[in-house]
Write a protein that binds this ligand. Structure first.
Ligand SMILES: Cc1cc2nc3c(=O)[nH]c(=O)nc-3n(C[C@H](O)[C@H](O)[C@H](O)COP(=O)(O)OP(=O)(O)OC[C@H]3O[C@@H](n4cnc5c(N)ncnc54)[C@H](O)[C@@H]3O)c2cc1C
Ligand code: SF4
Length: 495
């Protein structure tokens, strides 16, 4: 511990966000940077606890008991930052996390929810320290390709280039195997690339890492859908093992009247096309859903919905509303949600704070149910009809919504985005390989084993656990890699 009384003397501080008026006219990242001395002061708040709950995330207890899913060695690098030993800090960080530049930007930081200081004070700014370490390491030129000294001759195909597939690829390549990653999109990165918008994660940050992975010897094949362009079984024949990291990309639909109207889209269509057009042509090709001048209604109050808010505002929409069926979260932890659980409290994310700055109010409306979507005579969406609800229990004890009489509203809408989560992986590749699915339609494989019912075929990330987080995808990719290595070699030295 750098400073035994740091946590008593230094208040939590984070770098400021850029002013919405400035950041809404570009697509660059929202956060400013912090000076090195200030980061050191923040690192001094770490108490180096005997039991560091922050680094002890465990899938068996998630999401109830949080902590870092990749078990980042947080108190160690806080101390190293405090003492200015940045090179050792990145060495320790890379031991547990292949891609801290992604998590340091977009992880919701369950570690901070279980920081011991958080029991009675604002927690240590762990996520920002992770970001600072990896960015310093890139600036200093410490992050370089480290190809394996020897090759095993074993060939592995990884399907999907999201964080799970990339983490598995990086680890298996380190073990000396020949790894090929197949991706159906034109760019590598999965939801890092075409889900999370540029203002949360600038895409050159992904390319910077992919360049290193290529130099280390990993082969990337884009624009190739396994199951269509190449039969899934062909991979089984040509490779010694196959890892399915295809994500959970099937969006939840809203079966209401008017769903088929023009202007009603899944959120991912809006977000994905926006990023592609931005990267291809700075939006000059016009090949995206443009919210400029439009009333936008987003159905779904989660992170995907928030990304639609931020994207609509950057298009200069007329007005944006985000509807959420669940109750508004509380401001402080409830007694039933004690530390070190993930705090289920109200957060004002970047999209909402931008809407507040531009429109004067939080775009989220809670306990609102969509009854129908209305169209005009040309089949274009015109309005969304809603009713307020309360939550109660029925005779069977199930949590059910009750409509509030007289609370019906009609919201003007030129665009409606459905951001209500995802129901699991697409089935085609699983069916071609006869992979068993679990009750939620995910590829069936135990956490910590990752092998499916088909020998030599493994599954990890959202394809196995359902839509989750980048940090869980990295964790699963790493763990699956160790199992694949052990399957091929009889034992594994991978962490
Ligand atoms: C809009 C949005 C915002 C999010 N924001 C955050 C955030 O801020 N922080 C966070 O921690 N998490 C966030 N998440 C969740 C996070 O992105 C996912 O949990 C994570 O990306 C899952 O990683 P994965 O590698 O398992 O799958 P994915 O990232 O979904 O990657 C799967 C890849 O497989 C490819 N693929 C699928 N089938 C095939 C096939 N047959 N052949 C070839 N390729 C195929 C897909 O094209 C895709 O590129 C967000 C999710 C969304 C949708
Ligand atoms: S990966 Fe996420 S949970 Fe782990 S230390 Fe970083 S911000 Fe915290």
């Amino acid at each position: 511990m750098g400073n035994p009384t740091g946590f008593l003397k230094v208040d939590r501080a984070l770098p400021a966000d850029r002013d919405p008026a400035e950041r809404l006219i570009d697509w660059c990242e929202v956060h400013e940077h912090m000076l090195e001395d200030d980061i050191k002061q923040q690192a001094s708040r770490c108490m180096d606890c005997g039991v560091p709950f922050c680094q002890s995330g465990n899938s068996r207890f998630a999401p109830k008991v949080a902590g870092c899913p990749v078990n980042n060695l947080i108190p160690e690098w806080n101390d190293l930052i405090y003492h200015g030993r940045w090179k050792e800090a990145i060495q320790r960080l890379h031991k547990t996390n292949n891609f801290p530049e992604f998590t340091g930007r977009v992880c919701p930081a369950p570690c901070e929810g279980s920081c011991v200081l958080g029991i009675n004070a604002p927690p240590v700014t762990i996520k920002h320290h992770e970001y600072a370490i990896i960015e310093r390491a890139f600036e200093e030129g410490w992050v370089v390709a480290e190809p394996p000294a020897a090759r095993t001759g074993k060939k592995i195909a990884i399907v999907g280039s999201g964080p799970a597939g990339l983490a598995a690829a990086a680890q298996l390549n380190k073990a000396g195997h020949l790894v090929t990653v197949y991706e159906r999109a034109d760019r590598i990165g999965g939801l890092l690339m075409y889900g999370i918008p540029n203002m949360k994660l600038e895409k050159h940050i992904i390319d910077r890492r992919i360049d290193i992975l290529k130099k280390e010897g990993i082969t990337f094949v884009t624009n190739t859908e396994i199951g269509k362009d190449i039969p899934a079984k062909q991979l089984q024949d040509e490779f010694d093992a196959v890892v399915l990291a295809t994500g959970a990309t099937k969006p939840r639909d809203l079966p209401v009247e008017g769903r088929e109207l023009n202007g009603v889209h899944f959120a991912m269509e809006f977000l994905g096309k926006n990023t592609k057009s931005l990267l291809d042509s700075q939006h000059k090709d016009g090949d995206f859903i443009n919210a400029e001048g439009k009333n936008v209604v987003i159905i779904g109050g989660g992170d995907t919905g928030t990304d639609c808010v931020g994207t609509s505002l950057r298009h200069k929409c007329k007005h944006v509303v985000q509807l959420e069926i669940m109750p508004k979260p509380v401001d402080e932890r409830a007694a039933s949600n004690p530390w070190p659980e993930w705090p289920k409290t109200l957060l004002v994310d970047y999209g909402q704070s931008e809407a507040i700055a531009i429109q004067g109010d939080d775009p989220r409306h809670y306990q609102v149910m969509t009854k129908k979507i209305e169209g005009d005579e040309n089949g274009n969406v015109k309005a969304v009809h809603t009713v307020d609800i309360t939550w109660g229990t029925n005779d069977a004890g199930q949590f059910v919504p009750n409509e509030v009489a007289g609370s019906e509203k009609v919201l003007e809408a030129d665009l409606v985005f459905l951001a209500m989560g995802f129901t699991g992986p697409e089935a085609e590749i699983l069916e071609q390989l006869s992979i068993e699915q679990d009750g939620r339609s995910n590829a069936k494989a135990d956490y910590d084993k990752f092998n499916t019912n088909v020998e030599g075929v493994f599954a990890c990330g959202d394809a196995r656990r359902g839509q989750s987080l980048i940090v869980w995808a990295i964790d699963e990719g790493r763990r699956a890699a160790r199992e694949v290595d052990a399957f091929l070699m009889g034992e594994s030295y991978l962490p």
